[in-house]
Design a protein around this ligand. Structure first.
Ligand code: AMP
Length: 345
């Protein structure tokens, strides 16, 4: 029978292809391709200028912003990092170029030609675990209406960096497919002025990141453990409470895991440490595609390691210098730090 001289109906061809194993093979290949394509992380947050004062020095204007730190950290583990943010005319083109060179896509970063970028100023106390916000100038952020580019659709991981809760929600709503994991960071500023919006976003996320003071503020509980259980009832399945130089706690149902911070001789500037932690955390999860509690334990160690670099210099400077070898070495320092044997008596 000569194939070319017969016209076949689709109903005849499909069973034939199924029988020969062609269709299952094709579906398997498509699944592999889809997996590779969607190894991306969408990050949302501020790209900003900061003025920072620590006991060790002062800078009047340095690049910062939650999404900037997340991107620099996550870019070490996953590509592309698909950034959603807004900047003004003053945001340095070199910084954008630097981010792009590290696999950060900036199609979702709006540039407003006649307004200034978001500006934040903070002053650290002597112990560096606490700080006062001196200025928060929303500037471009005041009219921000984030648009998720079509090319970002289908991402499996979403990092909602610190930003107005309404805008975090808008990004979730625009995604046609719910990501495999949604992680949310926030801060006291939004708890003070947009608590209801923040609670609404919390219902839609898988992991929430806050520091200890914010956990207390959000829950009204003094005990961190009681605070954690109350927050877990508000929506997220996992909760990470950051405690600055005292490490971070991961809560899930009745499980708790603790990761220390690396004891560093000098902490120069803690700004962005929380966002860098978040970037390392989601970067590791996206790289390994494993969102189990067990793997989240490793992810918070990775986050802590990345944060330990961030604090060594002002702004995101140190994050731009480090190599994979530096990260690996620091991770092994963490292993040493917490590795011990015990004989039960
Ligand atoms: P972190 O030290 O991890 O809390 O992050 C500090 C960064 O967050 C700075 O670079 C600021 O530009 C940015 N930031 C400060 N306040 C806010 C805010 N209310 N919303 C979003 N980003 C902020």
């Amino acid at each position: 029978m000569n194939l070319y001289h017969h016209s076949y109906k689709l109903t005849q061809i499909v069973p034939l292809l199924k029988k020969t194993g062609f269709i299952p093979l094709l579906l398997q290949r498509l699944k592999i391709i889809k997996t590779i394509i969607h190894m991306s992380v969408i990050t949302v947050g501020t790209m900003a200028f900061d003025a920072i004062e620590t006991p060790f020095g002062k800078v009047d204007k340095i690049v910062g912003g939650s999404a900037t730190y997340v991107a620099y950290a996550a870019g070490n583990f996953v590509k592309p990092v698909q950034q959603i943010s807004i900047v003004g005319y003053d945001f340095p083109k070199e910084e954008m170029a630097e981010l792009k060179a590290r696999g950060v896509q900036t199609e979702g970063v709006e540039v407003v030609p006649d307004k200034k970028s978001f500006f934040w100023s903070g002053k650290y106390h002597l112990d560096m675990n606490t700080r006062d916000t001196l200025v928060t100038d929303l500037n471009v952020l005041a009219d921000f209406n984030p648009i998720v580019p079509d090319s970002y659709q289908g991402a499996e991981f979403l990092m909602l960096g610190n930003l107005m809760p309404k805008l975090q929600m808008s990004v979730i709503d625009q995604l046609k497919t719910r990501p495999k994991l949604i992680v949310m960071d926030t801060m006291n500023f939004w708890m003070d002025i947009a608590l209801d919006d923040l609670k609404a976003v919390m219902k839609k996320v898988d992991v929430l990141l806050v520091n200890d003071a914010e956990a207390r503020q959000l829950s009204g509980e003094v005990s961190i453990v009681k605070a954690a259980h109350k927050i877990l009832e508000m929506g997220p399945k996992f909760l990470i409470i950051k405690k600055g130089e005292h490490g971070a706690l991961l809560f899930h149902e009745n499980h708790v895991f603790f990761a220390p911070a690396l004891p560093l001789e000098e902490v120069f500037d803690p700004t962005g440490a929380g966002d860098t932690f978040a970037g390392g955390f989601i970067g590791h999860l996206a790289k390994t595609k494993d969102i189990s509690f067990e793997n989240m334990k490793t992810a918070i160690i990775v986050g802590s390691a990345m944060a330990s670099f961030c604090v060594e210099k002002f702004g995101p400077e140190r994050l731009k210098e480090i190599t994979k070898a530096d990260i690996d070495e620091r991770l092994s320092q963490f292993v040493q730090l917490v590795n011990f044997d015990i004989d039960l008596v």
